[in-house]
Design a protein around this ligand. Sequence first.
Ligand code: FPP
Ligand code: MG
Length: 297
Amino acid sequence: MEKVELLMTQMVETLDDKYILELFEKIPKGKRLRAKLILKIAGLSEDAYKLAAIVELIHAASLLHDDVIDDAMLRRGQESINSIFGDKTSIMLGDILYSTGFAALTALPQNVAFKVSNAVALLSAGELLDVELSKKFNDNEEQYIDMIYKKTASLIEASSASAAMLGGKNVEIYEIYGKNLGLAFQVIDDILDITQDSDKLGKPSLHDFKEGKTTLPYLYLYKRIDADEKKKLLSLFKKDLDEDDRMWIKNRMKETCSLDDSMEYARKLGGEALESIKDEKNDHLSDIITQMIYRDF
Ligand code: FPP
Ligand code: MG
């Protein structure tokens, strides 16, 4: 992964601006899952490393914007760029990173460049949909899935498909693999927001509901409770929750199997991802599914 980190830095260095580099180095580093996925599919070619660095720059840019949109003070347990330097800096740094990534993308084959840039448009449409859906209590599961497909799965799907293009593999099956992996990843993220304590998450727990996000466990819960409890859940929407409210939400989710069934939904997606690449004989790809689904942060 060091080579990907180095390439990312070199791409930012092409701007020849010390302050930008300084800001870039302050961004909390992630798990680099997308880069790992690309290298496991495409193999260790120069183009694969470039693609991995570009996708991670784009992903980092999207989180810089997302933390402004979500008013998030923490990212991966560390202070977010917007909390240290303000919203304007976070937005502009995001713009710099994604356009730097796009400039580097022009050196890759055209089908790869199209796949990745198209995913960035979808990703932005997904974030916009997330903002729209958060304005009121959304109880529509289809809209939630459409939103997480665009917001999260699209870039993972494009990473997987474009890595297959570089590696001369069957693009279609890798596209299905990436899409299901991405959907499962976001469903798990949404479950962890409820089940994990804030220390482990690096952000306050049940934060999604406060932000207006009715993720899969909330959608299931809402369907499974009576009119009085529905009213109570609606009254807590977007509010600062006290300990009793938190316990009530978590317990009712457990009692109605809303958390278990959400987990089952993610496992099923993971299974579909595995099914699509079963003849590829690449154990790394199943390990990635396991790591993404059975993670605790
Ligand atoms: C995290 O969601 C956000 C995303 C996966 C995508 C955000 C995309 C954009 C802001 C568009 C970016 C546009 C360009 C041009 C790069 P979340 O808030 O559910 O997850 P979190 O808990 O990690 O914050
Ligand atoms: Mg966010």
